[in-house]
Design a protein around this ligand. Structure first.
Ligand SMILES: [Zn+2]
Length: 429
């Protein structure tokens, strides 16, 4: 093997709009309903078994339950077998989260929740056997049928899964693929640090500014409005459902706008000639749950931004290193002094050495230094040049692979639920 080449698997997700006719729509809707019911039935069985003292859940166990459920009602045989397997996987995931919470003794300890019709939005075909195919602009899916697909990009790599998703009355097909690529190892002559923030979307350590898209305020307003309307209408009422549909449409619009924006921004950054990127590691799990909508949206878009950047950069042979995010704003990038930096202070005026630097640029320089300095917080050995020009030929650090599941998940659900689940304290300390 050539030493100057890295082989790596890149996972990608491709989302396309599909246009099932009424009959196919009915097929998909029926399968979603069956999946939701099956999910709930399996959950019900495992909860009662849990209460009887069986604390383990396994695929074998679920298969046992499934047999019983199908004996009672064979309509579940309409679901493709692999789709049924996927329901198990979702349950197992919900359960492992539940057991995690039990272990951690966190306050929120309830069983995995039953799924409402609104929450069950997608069908997954986990293996690429003969269960789906695309030919001449038509997508054929086992047990559903054939429908028009608008394929605006070529699918590269080996297809692993297909997910059919219904969002706000629209239907999508999401393919995940894996592709092995050869990436030449390049000299790291132009590394850059990226700080994401609340005021500006991102600031690079060389002073490059990426402004916040101006559609964001509008999105937040619309979403908040429909959330309020949903909240005040009676549970189970038609009017509440109408408002929910409206709300979902707003999320969908926000999602699409944000995606477009992030695709453009990451394409641009990757093509600016940097040889490596340093970013903060976003701590999803440690984040305190925060109900602020603006913060949730910020957080979700940073997360997505880093994921897109990772996989685009990686394809181009450019490293992305994640660093410890602690005190990146409060630390002086020149002398290592740590001082309080309330959000109102836009300039880092160092009490130690007198450094006078834009707060976000200071933070992004810290992020870069942490990536360049494998010892992390050892400021004494810092040699990276910043703003005036980067020069350092060798970088060590962990290569960040695109988090395969995360990318897929993100594309699947940048909806309210997902945002809330991951929401946390905004990262701009
Ligand atoms: Zn200083």
């Amino acid at each position: 093997m050539n030493d100057d080449i890295n082989n790596m698997n890149i996972t990608r997700a491709y989302k396309f709009k599909i246009y099932p006719d009424f009959k196919r729509q009915a097929e998909i809707d029926e399968k979603l309903l069956l999946s939701q019911q099956l999910y709930n039935k399996l959950l019900e069985k495992s909860i009662s078994s849990y209460k009887d003292g069986n604390t383990k859940v396994s695929m074998a166990q679920f298969n046992e339950y499934l047999k019983g459920i199908i004996q009672e009602d064979d309509k579940y045989l309409k679901l493709y077998s692999q789709t049924r397997q996927d329901i198990f996987l979702r349950l197992i995931k919900a359960y492992s989260n539940f057991f995690g919470r039990v272990k951690k003794r966190t306050a929120k300890k309830g069983f995995p929740r039953f799924m409402s019709r609104d929450r069950y939005k997608s069908l997954t075909y986990p293996q690429d056997n003969s269960s789906f195919s695309i030919e001449k602009g038509k997508l054929r899916v086992s047990r559903i049928g054939t429908m028009k697909i608008i394929q605006h990009r070529t699918i590269e790599g080996k297809t692993k899964t297909l997910t059919i998703k219904k969002v706000a009355g629209n239907y999508y097909a999401i393919f995940t693929t894996v592709k092995e690529v050869e990436v030449p190892k390049a000299e790291d002559t132009n590394p850059v640090g990226i700080d994401v923030g609340l005021k500006t979307f991102a600031v690079l350590s060389d002073g490059t500014n990426i402004t916040k898209p101006n559609f964001r305020k509008k999105q937040e307003k619309h979403i908040a409005k429909w959330q309020r309307i949903v909240a005040r209408r009676y549970k189970g009422s038609k009017r509440r459902q109408l408002a929910k549909d409206k709300l979902n449409r707003e999320y969908e619009v926000a999602n699409n706008q944000t995606n477009d924006y992030l695709q453009k921004v990451t394409n641009k950054i990757v093509n600016l000639g940097y040889t490596s990127f340093a970013v903060e590691k976003l701590q999803i799990r440690n984040m305190v749950k925060d109900h602020s909508l603006a913060k949730s949206i910020n957080y979700a878009s940073w997360n997505k931004f880093f994921q897109l950047l990772s996989y685009k950069a990686e394809s181009a042979g450019v490293k992305v290193t994640e660093v410890d995010p602690r005190n990146t704003t409060k630390t002086c990038s020149n002398c290592g002094n740590i001082q309080s930096m309330p959000l109102s202070k836009r300039i880092y005026l160092c009490e130690g050495c007198g450094l006078n630097e834009d707060r976000d640029i200071n933070a992004s320089i810290n992020i870069l230094n942490r990536a360049l300095d494998t010892k992390g917080s050892n400021f004494g050995s810092k040699t990276a040049k910043t703003r005036e020009g980067h020069s350092r030929s060798h970088v060590q650090g962990d290569f960040v692979r695109p988090q395969r599941e995360a990318v897929v998940e993100e594309l699947k659900t940048y909806s309210a639920n997902a945002v809330h689940a991951d929401a946390g304290e905004a990262n701009a300390s």
